[in-house]
Design a protein around this ligand. Structure first.
Ligand code: GLV
Ligand code: GLV
Length: 323
């Protein structure tokens, strides 16, 4: 008898191929590129043995209860799993798969691109070319900040943080600071100096947030944080939006407390088009595209399908989240 799986969205074809080739499950799917509504999610999971979801789906006790006792595995097409109620999942003995490693390079590249775009004011420059603001080569116009000789601080030197550090070092960075729960042996490769968060914040010219969202990091970048930053400081976040207090960030950007910010993640997502942050020239906001290369998304699709199948069949899950 085929096992039932529910997919909360259209996923890359690489994943669909693996699911159909396996021949062990009956797939039902929210067949759209737009998010499933809560009511449709609660209905869709009923009786499912497997659930393949995205970071935009909140999987909590209500969803697990709606699914019922068949549910054996949840496979998320993401590295982050803050959208999953891990305690509830654990209580019910459900397996979890996720997609670490395969998106590290793509996300690090995007983060460095965002850092440079923010520091060197690329979106503003593009806009000026289009709107006729470009009147001449002007010595004092559209100046920003460069990485050469600078101090870069990475908050959370995990897989992605380390990949970012490796990529910024060739820009002739002078010091690479990092903070987090523990010092990392592998930081030696990038001459990383483990420092307290306060030191990182006050000494860095560029701050890159690359930690996971936990109760500790939620709201970590707040008024006190920004007030310790240099006035020339550039802030970049590609982790989760709620690590940042956006009202405090708005205040820091509009008052000149810090130079600029680049965000690939916001609260909420999507950020409403009338959000105050979007009125600021020194704030570059991207629509959460860290892992968005064709090849990475294909591999994430395949891996999430393999995790789902492994969990359903009680065989190996290539990337099982252990908790
Ligand atoms: C992206 O933010 C992810 O968690 O995969
Ligand atoms: C810039 O294009 C320069 O020649 O200085």
């Amino acid at each position: 008898k085929l096992m039932k799986v529910f997919l909360t969205r259209r996923i890359p074809p690489e994943g669909m191929k693996i699911l159909s080739a396996a021949g062990v499950c009956e797939v039902s799917q929210w067949d759209s590129d737009e998010p499933v509504q809560r009511a449709d999610l609660l209905k869709g999971v009923q009786g499912a043995h497997g659930l393949l979801c995205l970071l935009s789906d909140k999987i909590d006790a209500e969803v697990l209860d709606a699914a019922g006792p068949n549910l054996k595995v949840i496979s998320t097409l993401s590295v982050g799993y803050d959208h999953l109620a891990i305690d509830e999942i654990k209580k019910r003995g459900i397996l979890v798969g996720y997609t670490p490693d395969v998106l590290t390079d793509a996300t690090a590249e995007l983060t460095v691109a965002l850092l440079l775009a923010t520091a060197r004011r690329l979106p503003e420059g593009v806009e000026e070319v289009k709107n006729g603001g470009w009147s001449s080569w002007k010595p004092l116009w559209l100046c920003g900040y460069g990485l050469s000789g600078s101090t870069v601080g990475v908050i959370g030197l995990g897989r992605i943080g380390m990949a970012i550090a490796r990529r910024v070092m060739p820009f002739v960075v002078k010091r690479l600071l990092y903070s987090g729960r523990t010092a990392k042996d592998y930081a030696a490769e990038v001459n990383g100096e483990y420092v307290p968060l306060d030191t990182l914040v006050s000494e860095s010219d560029f701050i890159v947030v690359s930690c996971s969202l936990t109760p500790e990091t939620q709201g970590m970048c707040d008024k006190a944080f920004f007030s310790k930053m240099k006035n020339t400081g550039v802030f970049v976040n590609s982790s989760r939006g709620t690590v940042v207090n956006q009202e405090d960030l708005y205040e820091a950007l509009s008052s000149g407390q810090i130079a600029s910010a680049g965000l690939d993640v916001t609260t909420p997502e999507p950020l409403p088009t009338n959000h105050p942050l979007l009125t600021l020239k020194n704030c570059v906001v991207l629509p959460h595209i860290g892992s968005a290369t064709y090849s990475t998304r294909g591999i994430m699709g395949a891996l999430s399908a393999q995790n789902l199948l492994g969990g359903l069949q009680g065989t190996d899950m290539p990337s099982e989240l252990t908790f």
